[in-house]
Structure formats: C-alpha cells, structure tokens
Design a protein around this ligand. Structure first.
Ligand code: ATP
Ligand code: MG
Length: 333
C-alpha cells in the first residue's frame, strides 16, 4: 500500500445478501487479481444497502459475513484497504456535496433506479434515486484510477465520470476521472430462472441465483433446473440467453473459450452440460467456502481488520474531502 506509483482501485459490494456466483465472476474475482498490482480500496456498501428496506439484525450479520467472504476469496487485509462504508463518514459528506453538482435529468436516466423502483414500488425513496451520486462519492474520494464492476454498473460509472469532470471544470482539477475495469468473461451473469434479467443477490427467488455459500447439492439442483430453451445443442447465441449464460459461467470457472466448450459438448445434450457447469461451479467455490467457515468463527479478528481498514480509508478520504470543501468555499477553521 501507499506506493505513489501504483494505480488506485476502488470497488464496493452491498451486504444485501450472500454474494452470488455472478458477483464473484463479474466483480470479486477481479478484486483479487487487481489486489496484486494496484492500491485497492474495497468497501462493503451498507449505506447503499438501506436504499431498500433491510432487517437490522440481518444487515449486521450479512456485513460481517461479507467481510469474511472478502478475506476468504484471498484479499489480504494488510495489502488492501477492506472496510465498511458507514465506518467512513466522508462518503456521506462528499455525497451531499456532489448532489449539488448532479443534474436531476441525468440522475433520472439511470436504469437501475427504474428497475429497482418497479421492484420496490412501495418504497421508492430518495436514497434509491440518489444511489449513483453516493457511488460517485465512493469512487472519487479515493482518486481511483480503475473501478472493477460488472456491466450492470457501467451507466453509474459514466455518471461518476461526468460529475468528476464537471466539478473539475467549475473549479480546478480535483478528482481523478475513473475508468471502468471489466473482466474478460462473466461481466454480466444472468438469472438462472429468467436469463433476460441479471442475477442479483437480492432476488427473492432462491432458484434464480447460486450463492457463494450454497452447498454442492443445492448448486447441482439449481443448475439442473436452470431455464434453457427447447433445443439441445450447446452453442452461444443471442436468441439462446439461457444456454449462453450457462456457457459464460462455465467459461469463467474453467477458463475455456466458447469455441472449446462448443467442441467439447458437441455430441452431448443440455443435461450433461448442466452437470458439468454445476461441477465447475462447486470446484470454484469450494476453497472459498472452506476458508470462510474458518474465518467466520473469529469475530474478534474480523472486527480488528475492519477497524484498521476504516482508519486507513478515512485517512485517504479526508484528504480529498478537505480539498473539495475548500474549493466550494466552506469556511475552514
Ligand atoms: P443487489 O441485488 O443487492 O443490488 P447485486 O447482485 O446487484 O445485489 P451489488 O452489491 O449491487 O450486487 O454489486 C456488487 C458487484 O457485483 C458490482 O461490481 C456489480 O457490478 C457486480 N454484479 C452484480 N450483479 C452482477 C451480475 N449478474 N453479473 C456480474 N457482475 C455483477
Ligand atoms: Mg446491484
């Protein structure tokens, strides 16, 4: 850490539930790779999570579990800054300021807001609408160069870039304008029950997603019941979203290309392929689950890592926030 020449990376995950294999292949796996070459800030986005109603005890438990999982995928808490968003008040502070540099019209165009407000029609709160501005604050506070995200967050990152540009132009250059970082495959894993919708950890249908902590038997069952079309040949195509999605998962877990997969399963049907995908997913998740089971029993260790993480994050965040406050003209005493 704190190597001046290293590029900075920031990414967040909400503790809304146990992460899915989609979160892992689309985002978390890249977090691990990036931690080798960059200065990485990884946050558990609990401020974002309350844009949808959460049960307090569950949210607390899920945050702790998420922290353990981040360490279980191999993130070293010494080399990376792994922290909880609400422990670093600068996120909320910068977010308010950035609200005043975001246009209502541009925020209204965010598709996630439209999707989530349909899903939670009884609670379309202002926080849900403002989510991308908080996300911009998360990123810009750390002067991040790269943001590893799944394709679902592309539009939000674009907004963060626009806000940064605008602020830099109104004043003087203050924020680094961040670039997205997508993995090669698995940037958008789809629901197993409706392959036209993305897999989400907050989906109420448990069959729609494979959680990173699902037992092998359940993983096998979920892939078996994954929705595909009536054809039986394994090949990727836009009008076969179900089988294409399974191929993405298989490819991301095994490293095999689509061409290779098509060749390997040339004379086999969907049944065989689904079994192979399940086996690959189990193999990919097993070592992470073993490490998680070990870490989750050491709450004191996890708490001490989270405390250190938030102190280190705050140190960097305060630097940016102070600059911003000065530029907008706040009286500093
Ligand atoms: P929620 O339903 O609570 O929004 P989520 O599954 O969308 O949960 P987030 O916490 O919003 O997860 O996002 C965490 C990271 O996972 C982000 O970088 C996001 O781009 C990525 N991600 C989310 N869903 C997918 C998916 N289906 N495929 C690939 N990456 C994904
Ligand atoms: Mg999401």
């Amino acid at each position: 850490m704190e190597n001046e020449n290293k590029k900075i990376v920031l990414s967040c995950i909400q503790p809304t539930s146990v992460p899915t294999i989609g979160n892992y292949l689309g985002a978390l796996k890249n977090w691990k790779y990036m931690s080798e070459d960059y200065d990485c800030y990884y946050a558990i986005a609990d401020l974002h999570a309350i844009t949808v109603r959460q049960e307090p005890a569950k949210l607390r438990k899920q945050s702790l579990e998420m922290y353990a999982l981040l360490l279980a995928i191999g993130l070293d808490p010494e080399k990376n800054v792994v922290f909880v968003q609400s422990h670093v008040p600068e996120h909320s502070q910068l977010s308010w300021i950035l609200n005043c540099y975001t246009q209502f019209g541009e925020a209204s165009r965010m598709t996630q807001f439209k999707e989530k407000s349909q899903k939670h029609a009884d609670n379309i709160n202002v926080g849900l609408f403002d989510y991308p501005v908080l996300m911009a604050a998360d990123i810009l506070l750390y002067q991040a160069d790269y943001v590893p995200i799944g394709a679902d967050q592309k539009q939000h990152l674009e907004l963060a870039r626009n806000i940064a540009d605008r602020f830099n132009q109104v004043y003087t250059p203050t924020f680094k304008v961040p670039e997205p970082f997508f993995g090669k495959v698995g940037t958008r894993i789809m629901s197993l029950q409706d392959p036209t919708k993305k897999m989400s950890k907050s989906d109420v249908n448990p069959k729609a997603s494979v959680s990173m902590l699902d037992k092998p038997d359940d993983i096998v069952k979920k892939f078996k019941s994954a929705v595909t079309d009536s054809e039986a040949r394994v090949y990727a195509s836009d009008d076969k979203p179900g089988i294409t999605n399974l191929m993405s998962i298989y490819s991301a877990c095994t490293g095999l290309s689509f061409e290779q997969i098509e060749k390997d399963f040339d004379s086999k049907g969907y049944g065989d392929f689904k079994a192979a995908v399940a086996e690959a997913a189990v193999e990919c998740l097993e070592p992470i689950q073993n490490e998680f089971n070990h870490l989750i029993n050491d709450k004191a260790y996890l708490e001490s890592c989270a405390r250190t993480g938030s102190e280190r994050a705050s140190y960097a965040a305060r630097k940016t926030l102070r600059k911003v406050m000065k530029k907008v003209g706040f009286w500093q005493v």
